[in-house]
Design a protein around this ligand. Structure first.
Ligand code: IVH
Length: 329
């Protein structure tokens, strides 16, 4: 049996062995990507293996492992950092690869909610930033804690590091007494090139891409190293809250912007799958000139009461999906 063995041809015994192999491979890929900031698989290969794992599990539900990669987000926090248990788990997103998957996403949600046909259902669409996610906890307006996603339940305490990032406010006005702002730490292309040039000149380590540079720069035990690195942050979500931010996703993002966070200017409201796909194409056309890496477009149900009703599967919300771009050549 090889990696390419067609799913239909797998015997139960082969499927079991293949699931063990994929759990090991994906487990090591997660550690390389999230803990060591040095990926050993391309994103496209990782997605492919994850889909293969899921397809085998769907065919042989009884063989699904207790440590199934389908139920995992990220990797356990690295040694050396304090640990932070997230009040609200930091999850991942399901993927769409084809236009048809976007149409199915809308249909699945309508079915789950039992919406009569013709009922309007709006979504936000925004770039999927290729960086690492960060949760910022504000109490009475003061930034008191910053944590990486880690394994989704427990992340790394990077508070001192986050305080050195210019676009992360250390104090915000007018926010609920408790607010966790979530978003992506990333590095712009020009800053990445300059950093690698500096590293080369100083005999330091260079980074393979802006995502690794951002992750390697934020996840430093010495915050003074982070301070010298050109990191930026886009806010796109939230965790624990003492009062709702708004009634819709779009308005909630506008509030985050009013608090002083950078929010992505390409965030827009769409009436349904056709508009979502059109916005995806528009963002894809601009991808090369944005000045930072994105790897797809994220769609989210706009009505937050509907997001609540839809809730979550084991590691992903039912109300959002990432429409990935084809791998860049
Ligand atoms: S929303 C419940 N919006 O993609 C999950 N995530 O593959 C809420 N990401 O862990 C996440 N850009 O690190 C969201 N505009 C965006 C994003 C985004 C990048 C990352 C995030 C997340 C991962 C999932």
């Amino acid at each position: 049996m090889t990696d390419k063995t067609a799913l239909q041809e797998l015997s139960e015994e082969e499927a079991k062995a293949e699931l063990a192999r994929l759990a090991d491979l994906l487990g090591r890929a997660n550690a390389a990507y999230h803990t060591q900031d040095a990926p050993d698989l391309s994103d496209a290969e990782y997605d492919r293996l994850k889909r293969r794992n899921q397809a085998i599990e769907e065919r042989f539900p009884g063989l699904k492992r207790a440590d199934s990669p389908s139920d995992k987000v990220g990797a356990t926090p690295a040694e050396g950092f304090g640990k932070v248990r997230h009040d609200v788990a930091m999850l991942s997103l399901g993927n769409a690869f084809e236009d048809e998957d976007v149409v199915d996403f809308d249909a699945r949600i309508r079915k789950y909610l039992g919406l009569p046909s013709g009922t309007p259902l709006a979504f936000t669409a925004e770039p999927k930033i290729d960086g690492l996610s960060l949760s910022l906890r504000y109490e009475n307006g003061d930034l008191v804690q910053a944590a990486t996603r880690g394994d989704g339940a427990v992340g790394e305490n990077v508070t001192a590091n986050a305080r050195t990032i210019d676009t992360i406010p250390t104090r915000i006005e007018g926010a609920p007494a408790l607010l966790e702002v979530r978003g992506e730490v990333y590095m712009r292309h020009d800053d990445f090139d300059a950093l690698n040039a500096r590293q080369t000149a100083n005999g330091g380590k260079t980074f393979a891409n802006p995502r690794n540079a951002a992750a390697g720069s934020l996840r430093q035990l010495d915050a003074e190293i982070t301070r010298a690195r050109p990191l930026a942050f886009f806010a796109y979500a939230w965790g624990a809250l003492s009062a709702p931010l708004a009634e819709t996703q779009f308005q909630a993002i506008e509030r985050l912007k009013a608090f002083g966070f950078d929010t992505n200017p390409l965030t827009t409201l769409c009436d349904g799958p056709q508009e979502m796909i059109a916005h995806y194409r528009k963002i894809e056309e601009q991808r090369a000139t944005l000045g930072y890496d994105i790897d797809g477009v994220v769609y989210k149900v706009n009505d937050l009461a509907l997001q609540d009703r839809l809730g979550f599967r084991s590691t992903t919300p039912r109300w959002a999906i990432a429409h990935k771009f084809p791998a860049e050549l």
